[in-house]
Every structure is written in structure tokens, then in C-alpha cells.
Design a protein around this ligand. Structure first.
Ligand SMILES: Cc1ncc(COP(=O)(O)O)c(C=O)c1O
Length: 215
């Protein structure tokens, strides 16, 4: 998220209640600047750290800087429990409320009683066990992903028009997904087709939400 664009968005929507910062591809956003702007506008900050478990921003884990952080343990992430995720916050009261909603909003009554809408989002102990095992290999995964990124950069970095993910001083990425930008005469689709012939998967990065037909 670009802090300048965020500031402009607040000029347009000064009463926005919350900002979701997505740490894309394992790179951290500039959280100090984003937090300063959001505090000024009294907006709650939710960090979407689904892709950035193991990434540090100025020595702090992404997902632990805003008011809330979310992580994904989906199968394509740096570690996985096969599915599911995690919400974190330093606000114990709010986390207790989220846990209440996630466990069907059961009132503290003898009978099953619900006074609020609830959800069945609890993580089973089996899945949590897999997650705890996976956490132990997180550092190894980050090292491997870094190796892959550096390999691509070494081999492709000198080609005209090929841009790599930016390296900035605040960021210690987990290199979850190596992406490149193409700037020039080569179309991404030409590269996809050549790689496909070699049975190598490649694809465009995420389509922006506002371009999704449904929205
Ligand atoms: C940035 C981001 N947010 C949210 C999600 C959703 O996570 P989940 O698949 O665990 O619901 C993903 C990927 O799956 C993601 O990459």
C-alpha cells in the first residue's frame, strides 16, 4: 500500500473506519507511515499478512504492527495446515469477542443459546497440530524462497525491461512469491506460452478487486 495514495484516499473518505493493508508477495508495506496516517484519521488498521508470515518490518513481524493481523495457512502459503488461518491482536477483549463469534456465538448459558450471529470458524486440534509442526520449518522455507528469488534475479536481472521486487531498507521479506514486471515490447502472455511448452508454470499476478466482474 502506497502511503501517499492512502493519504489521498482519506481526503476523499475522511470517516473511513478501517484500513486493510495487504503485504503482497511477502513484501512488507511501510507500516510506520501507514500507521501515522491511520492514527490521524482514527482508523483501525488490519494487516493482511496472509502472504507474509516470516516477513519482518524494521525487526517486527508483519501482522503484529496494526490493530489486528491475519495469516493464511492455505495450501499455497509459506507454511500450511491444509487450510484455515489465524487472527492476532494485542487487544484481549476484542480477541475474546472474535473467538466468541468464531465458535458459534454461544452464550454462557446451560442450553445452547445464541443471542448474536455466530460462525463455525474454529481450528481443530488436528489442524493446529500440523500448524505447530509447520512453524518449525518456517525459517527453512524462507531461506529456500530467498534462494529461488536470488537465482531468478541473477539469471534474469540483467535483461532489459525485466523488473524485480523492490528491496527497501525497512523490509526483510519472506520471498513467498517471486514476481517480475515486464516493461517493454515483450508481452507477459508470450512468456507464459514459451514456459508452458517447457512445462513451467507462470501466470499474471492478482487482478485488482475493482476489475473483478462480480464487483
Ligand atoms: C493477501 C491474501 N489475503 C487473503 C488470502 C486468503 O486466505 P485464505 O485462503 O486462507 O482464506 C490470501 C490467499 O489465499 C491472500 O494471498
Amino acid at each position: 500500500m502506497c502511503p501517499e495514495a492512502l493519504e489521498q484516499a482519506f481526503h476523499k473518505y475522511p470517516h473511513a473506519k478501517a484500513v486493510i493493508v495487504v503485504h503482497l508477495y511477502g513484501l512488507s508495506a511501510d507500516m510506520d507511515r501507514i500507521m501515522e496516517i491511520c492514527r490521524r484519521y482514527n482508523a483501525t488498521v488490519i494487516e493482511d499478512a496472509a502472504e507474509s508470515l516470516g516477513t519482518y518490518y524494521k525487526g517486527k513481524h508483519t501482522g503484529t504492527i496494526g490493530d489486528y493481523g491475519i495469516f493464511s495457512f492455505n495450501g499455497n502459503k509459506i507454511i500450511t495446515t491444509s487450510g484455515g488461518g489465524m487472527l492476532v491482536s494485542n487487544n484481549e477483549e476484542k480477541i475474546a469477542k472474535a473467538r466468541f463469534w468464531a465458535t458459534q456465538s454461544r452464550d454462557p448459558a446451560r442450553h445452547y443459546q445464541h443471542s448474536e450471529l455466530g460462525f463455525n470458524y474454529r481450528m481443530s486440534n488436528v489442524i493446529a497440530g500440523i500448524g505447530r509442526g509447520q512453524l518449525k520449518v518456517l525459517d527453512q522455507r524462507v531461506k529456500k524462497k530467498k534462494y529461488i528469488f536470488e537465482y531468478y534475479k541473477k539469471e534474469l536481472g540483467s535483461l532489459t525491461g525485466v523488473g524485480f521486487m523492490p528491496s527497501v531498507e525497512w523490509n526483510q521479506p519472506n520471498f513467498w512469491l517471486s514476481t517480475i514486471t515486464l516493461n517493454g515490447s515483450v508481452r507477459p502472455v508470450d512468456i507464459f506460452e514459451i514456459l508452458e511448452k517447457e512445462k513451467i508454470e507462470s501466470r499474471p499476478v492478482w487482478k485488482p478487486m475493482h476489475l473483478q466482474p462480480f464487483l
